[in-house]
Design a protein around this ligand. Structure first.
Ligand code: ACO
Length: 168
C-alpha cells in the first residue's frame, strides 16, 4: 500500500528540550523495527548510542535536525550532517508506515539541494535500505561498524539531487 501523508503531520526544527522524547523514539524504533535484520545484542549496542542523554542532545543540536509531529507530538526525526549526509532517521513504531519517514527525507533532500549539495549520502541500516532504494538512492558499498562491542553492517547509498531552481 502507498504511504499516505497523514493530514495532521507537520515538521519543525529540533529544540534542545526535545532530547528526552527523541531518545525514546530512537530506542523504540530500534527495538521494534530492526529485529528482522539485527540480533538483540546488536540492537542494544545500537540503542546505547543514546545512553548519554547530554551527548545525544549535543549531536542532534550540532546537525540540521527536523522533527515530524503528529497532532503536535513528535513521532520521528531525521538529521543532515555536513550538508550532504543523512545521519539519522528514526520513526516511532506506532507511527511507522504512514509517510513520516518520507516527509522527513523529502524535507532534508530539499534543504540539502537548496544549499547546493549535488548529491546526498546515507549509511543506511539494513532495515532502512529498501526505503532509501525506493527513493532513488543507489548502493555504493557495504560497511561494518563497531558499536559497544558489537559489529553492525550497513550500506552507503547515494542519490544525485536536482540542482536548485531546476537547472541541471
Ligand atoms: N522495508 C521495506 N520498505 C519499507 C520499509 C522497510 N523496512 N520501511 C518503509 N518502507 C517503505 C514503505 O512501505 C513505503 O513504501 P510505499 O510508499 O511504496 O508504500 C515507503 O518505504 C515510505 O514509508 P514511510 O511510511 O514514509 O516510512 P516510515 O515512516 O515507516 O519510516 C523508517 C521508515 C525510517 C526506515 C522506519 O521504518 C524506521 O525508523 N526504522 C527503524 C530505524 C532505522 O533503521 N532507521 C534508519 C537508520 S539508518 C539512518 O539513520 C540513516
Amino acid at each position: 500500500m502507498m504511504a499516505m501523508a497523514h493530514p495532521k503531520l507537520a515538521l519543525r526544527p529540533f529544540l534542545a528540550e526535545d532530547t528526552p522524547l527523541l531518545r525514546e523514539i530512537f530506542r523504540d524504533s530500534i527495538a521494534e523495527l530492526t529485529g528482522d535484520d539485527y540480533t538483540e545484542a546488536q540492537q542494544e549496542a545500537w540503542a546505547s548510542v543514546a545512553d548519554d542523554e547530554a551527548a545525544f542532545g549535543k549531536k542532534l543540536g550540532s546537525q540540521l535536525t527536523l522533527i515530524a509531529t503528529l497532532e503536535g507530538s513528535p513521532v520521528g526525526f531525521a538529521s543532515l550532517a555536513g550538508g550532504n549526509t543523512i545521519d539519522m532517521l528514526y520513526v516511532h513504531p506506532a507511527a511507522a508506515g504512514q509517510g513520516v519517514g518520507t516527509m522527513l527525507v523529502d524535507a532534508l533532500e530539499k534543504l540539502a539541494g537548496s544549499r547546493g549539495a549535488g548529491k546526498l549520502s546515507v549509511d543506511a541500516s539494513d532495515s532502512a535500505r529498501d526505503f532509501f532504494e525506493k527513493r532513488g538512492y543507489v548502493a555504493q558499498q557495504r560497511n561494518t561498524v563497531a558499536l559497544a562491542g558489537e559489529w553492525l553492517a550497513n550500506t552507503t547509498l547515494q542519490k544525485p539531487l536536482a540542482a536548485a531552481g531546476g537547472a541541471s
